[in-house]
Write a protein of this length. Structure first.
Length: 115
């Protein structure tokens, strides 16, 4: 689902009118309608305001799933707050770790040939 459809669905689910959101964004209803239909793209500032109006995180509007975890100290306490990471970020991190392991293996083989 693209951003404009996601915003429309969220707005309808919360039973908020286009007129209300348009007013909050400083737009006419027709300008807002053109954004929601996908004719005009929302700008970042509008997405930020929409996340507050619709009471959802910006990542939810972009359709990113998040994982939440807490870092624990050695003494059993919590280290700071919950951290949320998108699935895409986690996938990229895991891909970099795999690349690192492959590079270590290649370099280890090269060292054995030099020794």
């Amino acid at each position: 689902m693209d951003i404009s459809n996601k915003i429309k669905t969220l707005r309808e689910d919360k039973k908020i009118s286009q007129e209300y959101i348009a007013h909050e964004l400083g737009l006419s209803q027709s300008q807002y309608s053109r954004r929601e239909s996908g004719e005009i793209k929302f700008i970042a500032e509008e997405i930020g305001k929409l996340s507050k109006i619709l009471e959802v995180p910006v990542s939810h509007i972009y359709g990113q799933e998040t994982n939440s975890f807490t870092i624990h100290t050695q003494n059993g306490g919590n280290f700071g707050q919950h951290i949320q990471l998108s699935e895409k970020l986690i996938e990229q991190y895991e891909a970099r770790l795999s690349e690192k392991d492959d590079l270590i293996l290649i370099l280890s083989k090269q060292l054995q040939l030099l020794a």
